[in-house]
Write a protein that binds this ligand. Structure first.
Ligand SMILES: C[S@@+](CC[C@H](N)C(=O)[O-])C[C@H]1O[C@@H](n2cnc3c(N)ncnc32)[C@H](O)[C@@H]1O
Length: 307
């Protein structure tokens, strides 16, 4: 049992332990786990460093620290992770949502909002179909519908959330129900995009596995807690993405667009793959806030009359 009694003392000791255990963010981890054990947010925790910590929360904190020392991610210990302003339930069934994926959600929301502003739907017209391929926790699908709901546009869309993992789909369903958007999302167990889709998708969002297989053993130990199926992208990291590109001509509407999250080292490779596999299509890669290529926007381009 930890000998200290105040918030400040416990944080100091825990930070030392997590530093020794090799955490890349020991102080932050300690703050998040202690706040969780006390049932407060980080601001509340840091405002009162002299507050004493009772036996119950201290025991919970100790158990959480043990797990973190063994390498388990904070998001699995706390059971949730913030993404796009929402709290997503997280556990070993799916990848923990990452902040860089928020960029993809923003791009998809802007695209849908622009379509609706430029061409309002007639009453009774079918919803805009959006695919979220490799939905995992449902982070993209749920955030997208929630953001459109804030703009009163959620009735205009239907999201098809797809994953090969039944476990991930179940977690995605739980998150959709928890955020009250399950009525706008259909969950489908499938390999990428089912091939003959009628009508086609107007927007495809995909954050598929893109870590080169050979890099997996060298990743931080905490990534070993996440499903390999969510990370392993084959020899050069692009195996699954290539198969998705091949499926687009049969599944994407002629005025549609696909937003793909890519590995930071894949900016040139994705443009090459699109040029080779989808002649005449456009691929625009944009950087994230750290200046790394992270998002590829792929569409049929002028070949199908787009400007
Ligand atoms: C990198 S995770 C992304 C999860 C979530 N979309 C996110 O952004 O946090 C990739 C997801 O793709 C799923 N996946 C892997 N291969 C797939 C395939 N061939 N078809 C459909 N989903 C696949 C995995 O099960 C995993 O949930």
């Amino acid at each position: 049992m930890l000998p200290a009694f105040t918030v400040g003392e416990l944080l100091g000791l825990a930070t030392e332990r997590l530093t020794a255990a090799g955490s890349a963010s020991p102080r932050l981890d300690a703050e998040l786990l202690l706040a969780h054990a006390l049932g407060v947010d980080r601001t509340g925790l840091l405002t009162y460093p002299e507050a004493s910590v009772g036996d119950g929360p201290r025991e919970s904190f100790e158990a959480a620290l043990d797990r973190r020392e063994r390498g388990e991610p904070v998001a699995y210990i706390r059971g949730f992770r913030e993404f796009h302003g929402l709290a997503f339930a997280t556990d070993g069934r799916a990848l923990i949502p990452r902040p860089e994926t928020e960029h993809l959600v923003d791009a998809a929301v802007d695209d849908v909002a622009t379509r609706l502003a430029n061409a309002p739907r007639a009453p009774g017209a079918p919803a805009i179909r959006i695919a979220d391929v490799g939905t995992g926790t449902g982070a993209i699908a749920v955030s997208l519908v929630s953001a459109l709901r804030r703009r009163r546009m959620d009735d205009e869309v239907l999201v098809i959330a797809i994953d090969v993992s039944e476990d991930a789909l179940q977690l995605a369903r739980e998150n959709a129900v928890g955020h009250g958007v399950a009525d706008r999302i259909v969950f489908v167990a499938a390999d990428l995009l089912p091939h003959h889709v009628d009508p086609p998708y107007t927007v495809v969002c995909a954050n598929l596995p893109y870590v080169p297989s050979g890099d997996l053993p060298g990743l931080a130990p905490e990534l070993s807690y996440e499903p390999a199926l969510a990370l392993d992208g084959g020899p050069d990291g692009l195996d699954v993405v290539r198969r998705l590109l091949d499926a687009l001509p049969r599944t994407l509407a002629s005025d549609g667009v696909a937003f793909l999250e890519i590995g930071a080292g894949h900016g040139e490779a994705i443009a090459h793959e699109v040029a080779v596999r989808l002649p005449g299509w456009r691929c625009r890669v944009t950087n994230d806030l750290a200046g790394l290529p992270r998002l590829a926007r792929v569409d049929p381009g002028e070949r199908n009359g787009r400007d």
